[in-house]
Design a protein around this ligand. Structure first.
Ligand code: FMN
Length: 504
């Protein structure tokens, strides 16, 4: 189901007991973030702060704080449903490059109806302020050493000045003054490429910052879609209904007509950059102050009953773990189009997405794991992944304890590590230079004879029939025992392998 507003999504959460209204006053400076961080870390409810200490709108937080709520936000019961649909659609698309296939999606059958719809006006224009004061918004200061208040859950709409194609990205925004913002679009992101385009042409860059509306739009802004694939089209696919877009009033851009609030403005690429940050980031550390473009606000438009959405980033796990999990699941089928050997992937939350990725593959030839590492380091935002660990397909990469066991057991550190240089995430404070540093690939697959080494043993697994009988006996011996926590391990094919055959 497509949500007509953020309020409609909150109504659904409230009916399901997934929303808590905070009626007492809570400070937008540090307090709200601390409360929402606790809720996120405990898989707690979404929060609606009805009396923020600053700003005149209620604040919604921890909207994506569980797998269930993130799935509901994406208009499904579990986001694996979208992954399954994408998988079958991509199979239907003619054989071309991955991104070409993605561009084909809207042309496939019913998806044609899911492209954005152009409307005039819309609820987001109920109140228009052409001389706004951003202090009227309840923008949070999250951490004590943050440089000030930051907008944390925005959809930043920009347009490529050459191709005219739209991009929507989630980039935090620092409030510098009543009508001035600092735009933290990082070096590798699409809005930075747009900014460079305007700079080259000597033109000002129009920007619209949408907040709220259907949460599928908010999530889509964070999705690593390649330049040229419209996030609002992708959101239309998720919500099974085209996103209504309306024209900006002071910028020549379209944005969601059903958003709660939109800030319109211009970035002058000829103007001096401004100091942005520090900001307590999703790495769990402060990202240090740096120079970013300033945006001069020309209008704030909003619904009469707008709700301001926000999130807390900081030491993991935080709310974005579920936004990231949805990304992992929805992008796996797309990745598999280019790398069909990939069986599964997982980004453990402790790796904050760009520091660690586990991949399992159907290994078919010597050096296969290493081939995949290089492919990943050449693919979109995957290229920033600092640590890639590649396993065989009998390893459950969603089970991180199993991954640790298998990786430590299977790796000869001289043979199986690949260390390369290249771009790394801008937020990586450990790299030797800004956005440039070392990356490591770990080949944790079983080694083929050509790769060197000794005969490879199988892991120990109780036979399934024995386990079933002994579980029943254990339950009788220890009544009330909790269900066993076991790794998912495949029984080795008995005929093909026996440790007794092994020779040293
Ligand atoms: C809560 C949250 C905050 C984010 N903040 C930033 C940010 O400040 N700057 C940035 O470049 N990316 C940030 N990201 C990551 C981008 O949204 C993500 O890389 C997205 O795919 C970028 O889109 P693009 O490829 O259209 O540039 C954030 C993601 C989330 C979930």
């Amino acid at each position: 189901m497509a949500y007509r507003s953020l309020r409609q999504f909150l109504d659904r959460l409230e009916q399901a007991g997934e929303l808590v209204r905070v009626k007492e006053p809570v400070d937008t400076h540090l307090e709200m973030a601390a409360l929402a961080d606790r809720a996120a870390k405990q898989g707690g409810p979404a929060l609606l702060f009805e009396q923020p200490s600053s700003g005149r709108l209620p604040v919604a937080m921890n909207l994506f704080g569980t797998r269930r709520r993130t799935s509901w936000a994406l208009s499904c019961d579990d986001f694996e449903e979208h992954a399954a649909e994408l998988r079958s659609l991509l199979r239907m698309a003619p054989p071309q490059g991955l991104w070409e296939k993605l561009k084909m999606l809207p042309r496939l059958g019913k998806l044609a109806t899911l492209t954005p719809k152009h409307v005039s006006g819309g609820p987001v224009h109920e109140i228009v302020d052409r001389e706004p004061d951003l202090s009227a918004l309840p923008v949070l200061t999250t951490w004590p050493h943050d440089a000030g208040p930051f907008i944390t859950l925005p959809q930043v709409v920009t347009r490529d000045p050459e191709s005219g194609l739209r991009n929507v990205g989630m980039y935090r925004i620092q409030v510098l003054g009543p009508r001035r913002l600092a735009m933290h679009w990082q070096l590798h992101k699409t809005a930075t490429a747009h900014f460079r385009g305007y700079q080259k042409r000597g033109e000002k860059m129009p920007v619209a910052i949408a907040l709220g509306g259907d949460p599928a739009l908010t999530w889509s802004a964070s999705a690593p879609l390649p330049p040229g694939v419209d996030e609002y089209l992708f959101a239309g696919f998720l919500r099974k209904e085209g996103v209504p877009l309306t024209k900006g009033l002071t910028v020549d851009l379209e944005y969601p007509a059903e958003a709660d609030l939109v800030i319109e403005g211009w970035v002058d690429p000829a103007a001096a950059l401004v100091r942005e940050g520090p900001f307590g980031d999703h790495t769990g550390y402060y990202s240090l102050a740096d120079m970013y473009p300033a945006l001069e606000v020309t209008a704030v438009c909003r619904r009469a009953d707008a709700i301001y959405p926000a999130t807390v980033v900081g030491p993991p796990p935080v709310e974005d773990q579920w936004m990231g999990k949805a990304t992992e699941r929805l992008f796996l089928p797309m990745l598999q189009m280019v790398f069909p050997e990939v069986v599964d992937m997982s980004f453990p939350v402790e790796g904050v997405f760009h520091n660690l990725c586990f991949l399992s593959i159907k290994k078919e030839f010597p050096g296969h794991a290493k081939k995949l590492m290089h492919g990943m380091w050449g693919s979109g935002q995957m290229s920033n992944t600092k640590t890639l660990v590649v396993f065989d397909d009998d390893v459950d990469v969603q089970d991180h304890a199993q991954c640790a066991w298998r990786a430590f057991a299977n790796v000869d550190v001289k043979r199986d590590l690949v260390i390369v240089d290249g771009p790394v995430d801008v937020l990586d404070h450990a790299s030797t230079a800004f956005a440039l540093g070392g990356k490591i690939g770990v080949d944790a697959t079983r080694k083929l004879p050509e790769e060197g080494g000794r005969e490879w043993p199988e892991p120990c697994v109780h036979p399934a029939g024995v386990v079933a009988r002994m579980d029943a006996l254990y339950q009788r011996l220890v009544p009330g025992a909790p269900p066993p926590r076991r790794m998912k391990l495949a029984e080795p094919p008995a005929a093909a392998w026996s440790p007794r055959k092994g020779a040293h």
